[in-house]
Design a protein around this ligand. Sequence first.
Ligand code: OOG
Ligand code: MG
Length: 505
Amino acid sequence: MKIQLSYNKNSYTADLSKPLDISIPLVPGSSGPKCFYAPDFKTYPYTSGDFIGSVSAGAPVNFYNVEINPHGNGTHTECMGHISDKGYTINRALRQAHHIAELITVEPSLLENGDRVISKKDLDAINQGAVPPALIIRTLPNESSKKNRDYSDSNPPYFTTEALSLLVKKGIEHLLIDLPSVDREYDDGKLAGHKVFWGFPSEDRLHCTITEMIYVDEHIEDGRYLLNIQIAPFEMDATPSKPVLYALKNMENKINKLAELLDHAAISAQPVTQVKEEHNVALKEAYDIQAASIKRRVGRGDLLVGYKMGFTSKAKMEQMGVDDLIWGRLTQTMHIINNGSLDFSKFIHPRAEPEIAFLVKHDIKSALTLAEAKQNVTSVAPAIEIIDSRYQNFKFTLEDVVADNCSSSAFVIGEWEDVDTEISNLSMTISLDGDLQHEGNSNAILDDPWESFIEATRLITAYGETIKAGQIILAGAATPAVYLKKGQVAEAQVQGMSPVKLTIV
Ligand code: OOG
Ligand code: MG
């Protein structure tokens, strides 16, 4: 089971079927882990008269008592109640089970007196950037003997108060460590570190917790995780606990990585393999990849000048084996003037298709109805769209093509006509060197090209974008697209309008 979550405007995915347990199993009768001279964790059958609460002793059930000192036996989570007489309990302090956490690995520094401490300097990585509210610290050396060590009288590493006040300053609310305490084992009962961490005796940090004696296996990498702190619902200052991590994948990274891949494929005219299958790209992510790749272009000085609709006709859907409407973006550098030329070397396997263009009159922020459409358009024109899939063999799924800006790579606009010009039920053709390649009817575009304009306003505004006055919308092709070769002249004709032409050089 995978979940998607957002934190600080970033989207992440986590696979809940892959938990990473960083607690240490508490095995009855085994030696540890223990600290502060706590007695062993112990379990024994309840007895009453002849009854011995153990199946192996003849009872129908196991019915055991447990003896545990949460602070001294195994992984546990504690709250301010640990150093207070106010009766604060972990069950009430820890209200949230899930937290965004950062795992870091730290080698404690050796002091002259032989103490090993985690000092402010050792937390430099934390000091540098933003950190989520939970911090997990794995100390080096990360010996597996931590899992059953008796720390009593061993003066284990601890935190300096400066280090802990840095964590407080950085907003750390939940600290998880593989040590028995944040404070020195013998500190004359000062518990200075605990006090700093909880801001004791103020109650501002009542919700903050410290989890001790975890064990973070070396195969778990430093980084960001979803943390689930599972506790026993004890109304006590501390409880045995089981923190579990789930690796977080930053979708932003994935989106940006794939946007860069497709952007680069377009710039270099080098096809790439399809992304959906390999990177598990959902449709929403595909649109985000498209947006991110266009953002890269705009960052280089290009300008968004409009949008294109795709798969608005059966002819196109059938040609490409895809069956839903899609939309992409048009930028200034994609625009080729009518009767201009297309530099073949800058494309992979370009195709041309005949289209109709709309020139937007007013900013459009929400879906328009058919009745409102014309008032929002200045003029209409015949057009050629050049599609050049950045994928090998011009093959893709819906998600692939959306991520790839719907194959759009160039466009030519013919002469603008008045908005009242009839655009339904017109013949539309695409020819190469004067030879007719495909003929269709403008009504092949969603039964009426205006419907495509309506769909554009619906889909694009639903994504959160405003279609701006002066921008162009391409309605989608009425016929299949034709491959272009160097030296050819492509011509689109919409019945009753002047031709649109392009020479491939
Ligand atoms: C996708 C673009 C579809 C249209 O007009 O239907 C399109 C493609 O065919 O590569 O632009
Ligand atoms: Mg098209």
